[in-house]
Design a protein around this ligand. Structure first.
Ligand SMILES: Cc1ncc(COP(=O)(O)O)c(C=O)c1O
Length: 383
């Protein structure tokens, strides 16, 4: 956030910064969705609605989960929230007590850590930063679980790594977690952004015993380019969803009525734009990752999902760039911003020192410009 603020300040001063900090699609929300929102406003759909979500949206989500994910949830087992972020937070507030532990694979999306702490919980990391493919393994997971562990957060496709867990990998992790009776919070917000042979598998689809312990988190931000509309959802066992709904009713009285009408259209209307955006991301993924791998000192796995590239930049550390000595990923990102006008997020923010997160939700022209600047920056490094 700090680097994003600095990048924005530079842009305000007229500096041409290529900003890779905030991960959101650069596409506009499809027109049919916007029109549904217009219609909602014009028809006066502007009043309080049920706190757990519009009944028609809860039904639309239940239908989507059945059709896309092979999950059988009734609308009562679905909570609509202000973005997946709030759905996650409501879920954690329901499942966690003071002193409980949440098990989180690293590299992780940074909000899991803060949300868990807001709940008074501790975080136990499954450190996958040293594995070749940045994937958590059942062995690492078992080693992280303690007597106090209560929930495991899974995020496939993953922000920041782009890792997509296969059915077998997911099953092995779930088995290890269920052996210890953990709840599973399965954040599947990037499910539609998978590439090559990768397939998204929903945790809760792996059998009835698993389903009983899983809360599935998802939302419309990434799939439908709707980050500003703030619609996400949780689906899970009724006692969890009902408790989360009661909490939400006192916190926010539920999500925005107009955005919820638009979300029904997003889920039930034409879906072509989802595939069009995915294909565009796929092309940019190659452009960015292949370009990053040509940089001296940088090595990047090909992500199979989401829209992030997470190169290992340790080869750029321990060097000087201009007057700056760069020893860690934060200093590297600061130097990149000041000297190459490229804003990216240090891996330390995701529990992975030495890495840097870029995203490819950017135009080809921006990606090419950034790669050229990165090339000049890397070449200028001195021991
Ligand atoms: C892994 C992950 N989960 C959840 C979210 C939150 O999405 P929303 O906009 O629905 O709150 C994000 C957004 O960046 C994300 O990257």
């Amino acid at each position: 956030m700090a680097l994003n603020a600095r990048a924005k300040a530079l842009v305000a001063e007229g500096v041409d910064v290529v900003n890779f900090t905030i991960g959101e699609p650069d596409f506009d929300t499809p027109d049919n969705i916007k029109q549904a929102a217009h219609l909602a406003i014009q028809s006066g759909f502007t009043k309080y609605q049920p706190a757990a979500g519009l009944p028609e949206l809860r039904r639309a989500v239940a239908r989507k989960l059945a059709a896309d994910n092979g999950l059988d949830y009734s609308p009562d087992e679905v909570l609509i929230s202000n973005g997946a972020k709030q759905a996650l937070y409501m879920t954690m507030l329901v499942l966690l007590q003071q002193g409980d532990e949440v098990v989180v694979p690293a590299p992780y999306w940074v909000s899991y850590i803060h949300q868990a702490r807001f709940c008074g919980a501790r975080v136990a990391l499954v450190d996958a930063t040293g594995t070749l493919d940045l994937k958590p393994t059942p062995e690492l997971l078992k080693a992280a679980i303690t007597e106090r562990s209560r929930a495991l957060v899974l995020n496939s496709p993953c922000n920041p790594t782009g890792v997509v867990l296969s059915r077998d990998e997911l099953r092995a992790l779930l088995e290890a977690a269920l052996e210890k009776d953990l709840w599973i919070i399965s954040d599947e917000i990037y499910e539609k952004l998978v590439y090559d042979e990768a397939e998204h598998v929903s945790s809760a689809s792996l059998g009835p015993q698993v389903r009983e312990r899983v809360v599935t988190i998802n939302g419309l931000s990434k799939t439908y380019a709707m980050t500003g509309w703030r619609i996400g959802y949780a689906a899970g066992p009724p006692e969890v969803i009902q408790a989360a709904g009661r909490l939400q009713s006192h916190m926010t009285s539920g999500a925005d009525s107009i955005a919820q009408r638009a979300a029904v259209e997003a889920l039930e209307g034409p879906q072509e734009s989802v595939e069009e955006m995915r294909e565009a991301f796929d092309e940019r993924r190659h452009l960015l990752v292949e370009g990053l791998n040509e940089l001296p000192g940088v090595s990047c796995l090909m992500p199979r999902g989401a829209f992030y590239a997470f190169p290992d930049c340790r080869g750029l550390l321990g060097r000087s760039y201009g007057s700056r000595r760069v020893e860690n990923s934060l200093e590297l990102c600061e130097a990149l911003l000041d000297q190459a006008q490229v804003a990216a997020v240090p891996g330390s923010a995701f529990g992975a020192e030495g890495f840097v997160r870029f995203h490819y939700a950017k135009s080809d022209a921006d990606i090419k410009k950034a790669l050229e600047r990165l090339g000049n920056f890397a070449a200028a490094g001195q021991d």
